[in-house]
Design a protein around this ligand. Structure first.
Ligand SMILES: O=C(O)CCC(=O)C(=O)O
Ligand SMILES: [Fe+2]
Length: 327
């Protein structure tokens, strides 16, 4: 007799590598064989096509040093292998966020944290560690800037449209380690419940153990890990900023019985007070304005923090981004 309730989370399709792959090689190796501008144009067009359709893309030959990635993974592994009492010392209490990025003690996402019931009402099977790691973040800041420029070019906009609010400074970007230990009953829980990311862009590195799933056409698609790749996805803020040209798509992480899994999520945003204004060229008869004409990350974040305080409220909200009010 089966004493365990039916498997709610394991009924998903697993189609290895169906998620489109974009090769950025020609961005870094410009030669006579690859005329710079046409190779770049093609990458920009392909990127926009994939992100408009999927909201997700796998990037290969992204230019980030493998050693930098391996170092991040090693540091994370070292941390998660520590006894619980030691990890607890790095803990931040939920809701201790502040809009001030100068005071890291009070800043959301710094330190060690286990959040229960955040994206999922059950007890999630996950151990989390938020930390800004300089070198990794620097490399990913550069990749983000490249992607944002390509997005603008592929949409027919001036190249600096989405990088301008950064004004030469790094935006509000953090890296988060997600550690999913082996789980004795993986079919009864989730590592991370279904959600969309509220930020601009997320660049995810998953180890060789799979677990990321994307909601598409009514099913959960498993994304098989691809060596030396990053998975990039659109967050709610970028969907709003592009007037819905790019989609912020629901995703989640499942766990398994035998192998621990580590993913590193890098979340990027412009500085908190920079204004994101929907480009006029992205508003026309076919694409009437669906979102706030302009907003700041700090305002959206404050709204999200209010929502997080409510016991059963939704944790991310496109509704706020869709409301007519501007800054
Ligand atoms: O671990 C994963 O594959 C997903 C992580 C994620 O979606 C997040 O941290 O927002
Ligand atoms: Fe996410």
């Amino acid at each position: 007799m089966n004493l365990v309730t039916p498997l709610p989370f394991r009924t998903s399709r697993c189609i290895p590598n169906e998620l489109p792959i974009l090769d950025l090689c020609n961005l870094h190796h410009q030669s006579d064989e690859h005329p710079t501008s046409s190779a770049r144009d093609k990458i920009a067009r392909d990127l926009v096509k994939i992100l408009s359709d999927w909201g997700f893309v796998q990037l290969v030959n992204h230019g980030v040093d493998t050693q930098v990635i391996q170092e991040m993974q090693a540091q994370a592994k070292k941390f998660f292998d520590l006894p619980l009492e030691q990890k607890e010392k790095a803990k931040v209490s939920p809701g201790s966020s502040s809009s001030s990025s100068s005071n890291n003690k009070n800043r959301e996402g710094f330190g060690y944290g286990v959040e229960s019931g955040f994206y999922y009402d059950g007890k999630p099977w996950i151990d989390r560690f938020h930390k800004s790691v300089e070198e990794y973040n620097r490399s990913l800041d550069m990749l983000t800037a490249q992607v944002l420029e390509l997005c603008a070019e592929g949409l027919g906009l001036e190249s600096s449209t989405f990088t301008k609010p950064y004004l030469g400074t790094a935006g509000e970007c953090t890296a988060r380690f997600n550690y999913y230990p082996p789980c004795p009953l993986p079919s009864l829980t989730l590592g991370l419940g279904a959600h969309t990311d509220p930020n601009l862009l997320t660049i995810l590195h998953q180890c060789k153990v799979g677990g990321l799933q994307i909601y598409r056409d009514g099913s959960w698609l498993s994304v098989k890990p691809l060596t030396n790749s990053f998975i990039l996805n659109i967050g709610d803020s970028f969907e709003a900023w592009t007037n819905g040209r790019f989609k912020s798509v629901r995703h989640r992480a499942v766990v398994n019985e035998t192998e621990a899994r580590l993913s590193i999520a890098y979340f990027s945003n412009p500085p908190p007070l920079s204004v994101m204004t929907v480009p006029q060229n992205l508003i026309d008869a076919l694409h009437p304005l669906q979102f706030r004409p302009s907003f700041t990350w700090v305002d959206y974040k404050l709204h999200l923090l209010e929502m997080h305080k409510k016991p059963n409220g939704s944790k991310t909200s496109k509704a706020w981004l869709r409301s007519a009010k501007s800054v």
